[in-house]
Design a protein around this ligand. Structure first.
Ligand code: COA
Length: 315
């Protein structure tokens, strides 16, 4: 019988724009305060792109990930960028990235839009396509410039988001368990029209409805992964959740009866960077040497669509 091939992350990288915007900075634009934002979300600052493009950040994160992976760019046989905020409609961010990185010219490169679940969709698509094609390495990136799509007069949304990129080089490899799940339900409680000439091109959101959705879907996703892999929550070293709100993550830790220190958080530094949020966390944890051999993590994302996705990864 053929051995099942899993997916292993072998290198990560991340990048964020230079400009840091604090809660106090935002309180000069809208009726809010550092205290309110910290208490209700956990966010302290975020990065907003001024000169940087989506591609600049995707490139910086990917170059870093390739360096950490210790492979040649010619070894990459698939490039996926998860984003809802590309620099242009076509070429895709992934094709632009292929050119800037100098990846092989005959490999599939494409963008996916699953909002904040995008990176997890990307990992699962990479697993499926590598398995089908016999390729060994893929580059999976989440990169977003959300600040350009924020209404800086809407205190309910402009305080939540930030810009950034995270990247992972993944390898199809025997002996590394990988299980992924993803879904969507066609809800529009988070909406970004994006067309400059429309009445409201900016992020629109029913914050409370999204909060309720998040605290119900994340434990469901984690339990689905545990059930399919025969593991228990105690077997998992880290739960890497989409970085939207500290209270959401605290709620999930409590519901899963797991210590909060298994849930790495960096939303205080970046806010919600949508598809970039999970790979930025993975890259920071990697930089801190947290992924020693054998460590297991369940990553969980949720976002506009509504979409959701989760994956078990082992180092
Ligand atoms: N500063 C100060 N007050 C604010 C505020 C801000 N930035 N934003 C909202 N408020 C006010 C509201 O107007 C409301 O005032 P009122 O009681 O006088 O009507 C009050 O704070 C409470 O608002 P509410 O919406 O109930 O707050 P909340 O505790 O639900 O927090 C969010 C709002 C948006 C932080 C929270 O709902 C949330 O994080 N939701 C999930 C959003 C998310 O993750 N989106 C992305 C998913 S990928």
């Amino acid at each position: 019988m053929e051995k099942e091939m899993g997916l292993r992350i072998i290198g990560t990288g991340h990048a964020a724009p230079k400009k840091v915007v604090t809660n106090d900075d935002l309180s000069k634009l809208v009726d809010t305060s550092d205290e309110w934002i910290r208490e209700r979300t956990g966010i302290e600052r975020r990065h907003f792109a001024e000169e940087e493009t989506n591609l600049d950040m995707a490139y910086a994160a990917s170059a870093d990930a390739l360096l950490h992976a210790g492979i040649q760019k010619e070894d990459i046989s698939l490039c996926i960028v998860a984003t809802f905020s590309p620099d242009m409609q076509v070429p895709s961010q992934a094709c632009l990235l292929q050119q800037r990185l100098g990846l092989n010219r005959d490999i599939p490169c494409f963008d996916i839009n699953a909002a904040c679940s995008g990176f997890l969709y990307g990992l699962q698509i990479a697993h499926a396509l590598l398995t089908q094609s016999g390729g060994q390495y893929a580059l999976v990136v989440g990169s977003e410039i959300i600040s350009h799509r924020l209404n800086m007069e809407d205190r309910g949304t402009c305080i939540l988001f930030g810009d950034g990129a995270g990247a992972a080089v993944v390898k199809l490899e025997e002996g590394y368990p990988f299980y992924g799940m993803m879904g969507a339900d066609g809800d529009d409680k988070i909406l970004i029209c994006g067309q400059e000439d429309s009445e409201n091109p900016y992020v629109q959101m029913d914050g409370q409805a999204v909060f309720k959705f998040a605290v119900s879907i994340i434990p469901k996703c984690i339990n689905d992964v545990l059930e399919h892999t025969g593991l228990t929550a105690e077997d998992i070293d880290y739960f890497v959740c989409h970085q939207a709100n500290r209270r959401i993550i605290e709620y999930v830790a409590k519901k899963m009866k797991q210590p909060l220190d298994k849930f790495y958080m960096n939303l205080q530094e970046y806010g919600n960077t949508s598809a970039a949020s999970i790979p930025i966390v993975l890259s920071e944890m990697d930089d801190k040497g947290m992924f020693t051999p054998g460590k297991k993590a369940i990553c969980v994302g949720f976002g506009a669509g509504f979409t959701w996705g989760a994956a078990l990864l082992q180092w």
